[in-house]
Design a binder for this molecule. Structure first.
Ligand SMILES: NC(=O)c1ccc[n+]([C@@H]2O[C@H](COP(=O)([O-])OP(=O)(O)OC[C@H]3O[C@@H](n4cnc5c(N)ncnc54)[C@H](OP(=O)(O)O)[C@@H]3O)[C@@H](O)[C@H]2O)c1
Length: 333
């Protein structure tokens, strides 16, 4: 049993700032509480919300560790009280509310998914945050179903690449936008049906053309601001618009008549502050609906690059350069 008197290396900046604040420090190894497991972290995914947290724009929710990192993969080394179904020695990946950038992290046992032999720890660490986010927003809130055509912005982002992969697995036609010809080419390789370079082409016109004037059934939007009205212009009758980020601003003017006339739905969500119970139910659903595809090797995340834990600042600089395609992962053990 690892006790909290033992220390570990972690990234836990004392102040907000640039990538340089992400220096390795010593912190106590956390103790798993009731229903939790302690994971010896092998790899931790890097996500855009970590960058926002580092800049001081996205504080951890109450009770979450100040150490950044929303997803890990590793080996279970200790159990809290009442843990059922996860054993010491198990290879797991987990969604965590923080604490991923460290040698050890605590996760709810119910937020863990088993790492099958076909996945490396790096691949497994790259999955939970995007999988939970895309599943709950595209398939639940936007209830995308087999045969639907969907528009996903940021097609080569961590979220966007997972949306392409999941969309293909579940019979969606995925149209993406991306900011360069090279990124559009990568999105097509990954499985997008169409990729629109939004810097050169008006995506509203392109979607109209690609769908024969019908529009798309759903939009997964991480841009916000003036994109919202343009996204609405892309939606077919009964279309659904899901906001998951507001990179171009949190205010939008929306055409109410179009919403009424075409019976559109506007919704959105943020994953991190949701209850443990909600996340456990999502994990159950992913285990049932998605994990068979993972175990069979049909779903693997797109990995852009890996960095050692001590190089977390370089990993963030890579993300902020905007040059990455897919996921950036920290290797820990
Ligand atoms: N709501 C939730 O629960 C939730 C959970 C996780 C992540 N998120 C959000 O989802 C987004 C993606 O996360 P990630 O970790 O996958 O980050 P990421 O890999 O860094 O992706 C960010 C993407 O945003 C695109 N982008 C940025 N500014 C844009 C603009 N003005 N117009 C069009 N596209 C733009 C970039 O595409 P180009 O380079 O092609 O421009 C890039 O692919 C982030 O904003 C994150 O905060 C939300």
């Amino acid at each position: 049993m690892v006790s909290s008197t033992v220390t570990m290396t972690a990234i836990d900046p004392a102040e907000a700032g640039g990538p340089e604040v992400l220096r390795p420090v010593e912190r106590p190894v956390p103790c798993p509480g009731a229903g939790e497991v302690l994971i010896r972290v092998a790899a931790a995914g890097v996500n855009r919300p970590d960058v926002m947290q580092r800049r001081g724009l996205y504080p951890p929710p109450p009770g979450a560790p100040s150490i950044p990192g929303l997803e890990v993969a590793g080996t279970v080394v200790a159990l809290g009280d009442g843990v059922d179904g996860v054993n010491p020695g198990a290879r797991v990946c987990a969604l965590v509310a923080g604490g991923g950038y460290a040698e050890y992290a605590v996760a709810s046992a119910r937020h863990c998914l088993p790492v099958p032999p076909v996945l490396t720890m790096v691949e497994a660490a790259a999955m939970p945050e995007t999988l939970f986010t895309v599943w709950t927003n595209l398939f639940e809130r936007a209830y995308a179903v087999d045969g639907d055509v969907v528009l996903v912005h940021g097609g080569t982002s961590g979220i966007g690449t997972m949306a392409i992969l999941l969309g293909r697995l579940f019979g969606l036609t995925v149209i993406v936008t991306a900011g360069s010809a090279a990124k559009c080419a990568r999105a097509l390789e990954i499985g997008a049906a169409h990729a629109i370079n939004y810097r050169e082409t008006d995506f509203v016109e392109a979607v109209k053309e690609l769908t024969g004037g019908r529009g798309v059934n759903a939009v997964l939007d991480m841009v916000g601001g003036d994109y919202v009205a343009r996204n609405i212009a892309c939606l077919a009758a009964d279309g659904r618009h899901v906001s998951i980020a507001i990179q171009r601003g949190g205010e939008a003017t929306v055409p109410l008549w179009a919403i009424m006339r075409r019976r559109l739905t506007l919704t959105g969500s943020t994953l991190r502050p949701r209850s443990g119970e909600f996340k456990a139910l999502v994990a159950d659903e992913l285990r049932r609906e998605v994990w068979p595809h993972v175990e069979a090797g049909r779903l693997k995340p797109v990995i852009d690059s890996t960095f050692a834990l001590a190089e977390a600042g370089a990993a963030h600089a890579r993300m902020e350069s905007g040059e990455h395609v897919g996921k950036i992962v920290l290797t820990v053990a």
